[in-house]
Design a protein around this ligand. Structure first.
Ligand SMILES: [Zn+2]
Length: 269
């Protein structure tokens, strides 16, 4: 049994030097994290994620323009369409709405999200969504895309009410270090087992950000998804094996991932 980091930015050279990223892939393998999805945040970054995925057998990638880039990047998506045929490209993301710093560009964000959702539906790909302080608009927009494949609300940290709405709308929840480190701030995390069915969440790190305990303060890396898994196992009163089996099954189904390939460091490779 193995774990999957469904959302990280290990390809991003602004945060990880090449050798450091290679070492972190080894660290991940050593902790049972066999597959990772590198998430793009704009056109150029998505290209970097694709290049990194192409060079590593168990790394996959996304294409997406983050809502924070709504003003500058809108309309550039078509330049990357050829890459969407690549086997390594498994989702559209991260895309969504973020009103945390204001709603001045609300219209531009919604237009970009609609453009990305059109793409996801046309290519029959799931999405990794970034939604912050914007769930009313998000649900209103998403419901117009009935052909959208079951997708993930990455780094969900909103209200119990919006969690319920998200689950009934068919979304899955991406759990990372925010919940591990700040679970007391989320009412639905107190009785997590009642609020979040096992078949509706996946694990992620969002590395380099959001490092879960016990490594808070250090740069985050995909191997730390094991800490999220063990926290969840403890919280739900189930074994880590159950968490690994279920979240890996969920992630493989959502992102249509193949069996992991043996890596060079593996003794039977
Ligand atoms: Zn991210």
């Amino acid at each position: 049994m193995y774990l999957i980091d469904t959302h990280c930015h290990l390809h991003d050279r602004e945060f990880f030097k090449k050798e450091q990223a290679e070492q972190m892939l080894k660290n991940a393998h050593a902790r049972g994290v066999e597959q990772i999805i590198c998430i793009g945040t704009n056109e150029k970054d998505s290209e970097a994620a694709l290049a990194f995925a192409e060079n590593h057998p168990n790394v996959f990638c996304s294409y997406g323009i983050h809502p924070e880039e709504a003003d500058g990047e809108r309309g550039k998506a078509s330049g990357f369409l050829a890459a969407l045929k690549q086997r390594k490209l498994v989702c559209i993301g991260e895309i969504g709405l973020d009103y945390h710093y204001g709603t001045e560009n609300r219209k531009a964000q919604i237009a970009l999200l609609e453009q990305m959702l059109d793409l996801a539906c046309a290519k029959n790909l799931p999405c990794s969504f970034h939604v912050r302080d914007a769930f009313d608009d998000f649900f209103a927009v998403a419901k117009n895309f009935s052909g959208l494949r079951p997708s993930v609300l990455h780094s969900f940290t909103d209200s119990k009410e919006n969690l319920k709405k998200a689950l009934s709308a068919g979304f899955h929840i991406g759990i990372n270090g925010i919940l591990v480190n700040h679970s007391a701030e989320f009412s639905w995390a107190n009785d997590l087992g009642d609020n979040l069915p096992l078949d509706r969440f996946v694990l992620e790190t969002d590395a380099p950000f959001l490092t879960p305990a016990p490594n808070r303060g250090k740069i985050n890396e995909p191997g730390n998804v094991a800490d999220v898994a063990s926290w969840l196992a403890n919280k739900l009163g189930v074994s880590e094996q159950v968490i690994a089996e279920q979240t890996t099954k969920n992630a493989r189904k959502i992102f249509n991932l193949p069996d992991p390939e043996p890596t060079k460091s593996h003794p039977c490779a």
